[in-house]
Design a protein around this ligand. Sequence first.
Ligand code: NI
Length: 212
Amino acid sequence: MTASAKKGGKLIALTFDDGPGPYTNRLLDGLAERGVKATFFMVGQNAKNYSDTVRRVYREGHQIAQHTYDHPTLSTKSDEQVHWQLDTTDDILNGHLGMNFNYLLRPPYGDYSKHTLSIIGKPAIIWSVDTLDWKYRNSNTVRDNIVSDAFDGAIVLMHDIHSTTIDGALMAIDILKEQGYEFVTVNELHRRRGRTLVNGELYYSCKPTGTD
Ligand code: NI
């Protein structure tokens, strides 16, 4: 038994970007069947059109986070434009949920500058496992990329706007469950490991610290 297993087992955070979309409900069905929680980095212009899906994601215990309004490279935008992208998206999500949250950000393309980070007023969540699901559009490849690169504390990047990603992710979950992984949201991953998310800081993974 490894030290991390003794302390509380292997944790992994699955994240889905660029939605919600027409396949998101199918993903939610599969996650619910498996009792798995994930994090959704929603694009504001899609969230606007999928209010029921946004509410369902929240209601079923997943974490809602944001991915800007229309997916620009933030480092090329003015301060005003960056604030508009983030504020508009927070407002859309809060409008659907009747909440007043400051949602975590995943910057599109993982692109940022030092200056971007200084003005966003949110933690920036990157990733440590890139499934390249958008490139291969093949469910077996998505499954294999997740399973072969998974580690305790990993943050896995996927996109729920591709049907093949839904199938690949669900197959990978079944395999990783057998390996003892627990699926947690980005917030839960850091909370369990005693790590505080700070505005303007970057997060790629959260390996065992001995506190969880
Ligand atoms: Ni994206």
